[in-house]
Design a protein around this ligand. Structure first.
Ligand code: FAD
Ligand code: SF4
Ligand code: SF4
Length: 371
């Protein structure tokens, strides 16, 4: 993993407009800040290597280094990443009431992890109007308050960095695949720090095909929706082709043709749909909106799911083979699109030539993915 400093981060990510505003570079130092959907470096910094660059999911992401460091094997480009089991799931009776985005699997698992002491805080994403806001919570009862999806790119990881500074040592993080990639890079101690402490106790990844730029969405909706009244946003699976906003006084439907142009460039080079570096990953379940798709990836994830099921916190069923097939296809297609775009934009590196890039993947794996 090549690590440079803040100036290279500004050149390669901010100036090229690849920043997804994940918050991984915020609250590490006084320089990087997030405001209303944008990340900026406030003052010059001359460090030649920085955590900001090392953690950013839009520069020098070495898929082999991540796979070897976290899973112990080279990155092979399989559509869903490392998988122990894929299940259908929803919150069980022991989980308090929602409203959840779908089955409430994420909130159920995170509140259970807090209750059982597996984690000492949870990094979640709230919404103030249309602005996504990071939150660090320590009480299981608070988790459901921040449920539901905010489809705007969010600076969630600013709360993780703050939590580390505040002395939390085993935080649970809920994040999109780009955020989960940043967390994975943090956990590999890329700056080889002697006093390194992995402050993360659990990673719950979300599925994500794309997100929307906060400022551009606010501009689009300014005359159609009062952001203060928004209760929930949804993007029902195809063939709906709509973003549906529940305003509390009715539902406003926006055609996805109007929303897609608001997707940041960073999403277009994102090869991960299912948060491959998480302990468990959760998405919606096509055709069954009150259930989730749950991918169990690690031993830690398996134990959490097993115990939550035994305690009535989570309900699971077998995943129908047709759903699994569609999930693999959608995930592989996202990888193909992202790698082709990254190559077109000149930010895909398939050799060890030392040049800086957004993504690094071996040539043989690239060929396998592209078929
Ligand atoms: C930007 C985005 C795109 C998505 N795209 C897809 C998709 O293409 N296919 C699919 O199957 N699922 C997608 N999802 C996931 C899906 O919307 C649900 O989050 C998931 O199914 C979990 O449902 P739940 O009922 O268990 O969640 P809940 O129990 O309601 O919990 C949702 C959790 O998501 C966290 N969260 C909300 N918004 C964000 C955000 N912007 N960034 C980080 N964390 C956030 C909250 O903190 C909360 O903990 C997407 C989610 C987001 C945020
Ligand atoms: S993508 Fe995340 S880490 Fe990279 S510059 Fe933007 S906010 Fe910082
Ligand atoms: S598509 Fe990728 S970069 Fe964009 S929000 Fe989703 S995970 Fe992040």
């Amino acid at each position: 993993m090549q690590v440079f400093g803040p100036n290279e981060l500004v050149d390669d990510v901010l100036k090229r407009d690849f920043c997804i505003g994940c918050g991984a570079c915020v609250n590490l130092c006084p320089y990087f800040r997030s405001y209303y959907g944008k990340t900026a470096m406030l003052f010059p910094c001359t460090l030649s290597q920085g955590q900001c660059f090392a953690y950013c999911p839009k520069v020098e992401v070495d898929l082999d280094a991540l796979s070897s460091g976290l899973l112990g094997s080279a990155y092979d480009g399989s559509p869903l990443g490392g998988v122990q089991e894929v299940l259908a799931s929803r919150a069980g009776e022991k989980t308090g009431p929602g409203p959840f985005q779908a089955g409430g699997t994420v909130s159920a698992l995170v509140s259970f992890a807090l209750q059982t002491g597996r984690i000492d805080a949870a990094v979640l994403t709230d919404r103030e109007g249309l602005i996504p806001v990071p939150r660090l919570v320590t009480e299981a009862s608070e988790v459901a308050t921040y449920a539901t999806s905010k489809f705007t790119a969010a600076p969630t990881l600013a709360a993780l960095n703050q939590g580390r500074r505040d002395g939390h040592t085993r935080m649970g993080v809920v994040g999109t695949p780009c955020q989960v990639t940043a967390v994975a890079q943090m956990r590999l101690n890329p700056l080889d720090k002697k006093d390194f402490q992995d402050g993360v106790g659990l990673v719950v990844g979300l599925f994500c095909t794309w997100a929307v730029d906060t400022r551009r969405l606010a501009a689009l909706l300014s005359e159609r929706v009062d952001p203060r009244g928004i209760r929930k946003m949804d993007m029902p699976p195809p063939p709906s082709e709509l973003m549906v906003i529940d305003t509390g006084r009715g539902k406003v439907e926006i055609p996805l043709d109007e929303i897609r142009p608001l997707v940041p460039q960073g999403c277009q080079i994102c090869p991960d749909m299912t948060s491959e570096w998480a302990d468990v990953s959760v998405g919606v379940m096509e055709g069954t909106p009150e259930w989730n798709t749950l991918i169990v990836r690690t031993e830690k994830g398996r134990e959490l799911v097993e115990e939550a099921r035994q305690e009535g916190v989570l309900v699971t069923e077998a995943m129908p083979e047709t759903n699994l097939g569609r999930l693999r296809t959608a995930s592989l297609n996202k990888k193909k699109r992202a790698l082709v775009r990254a190559r077109e934009k000149g930010v895909l590196n398939t050799s060890d030539d030392g040049s800086r890039s957004a993504l690094r993947v071996r040539d043989e794996v690239l060929k396998r993915i592209l078929g």
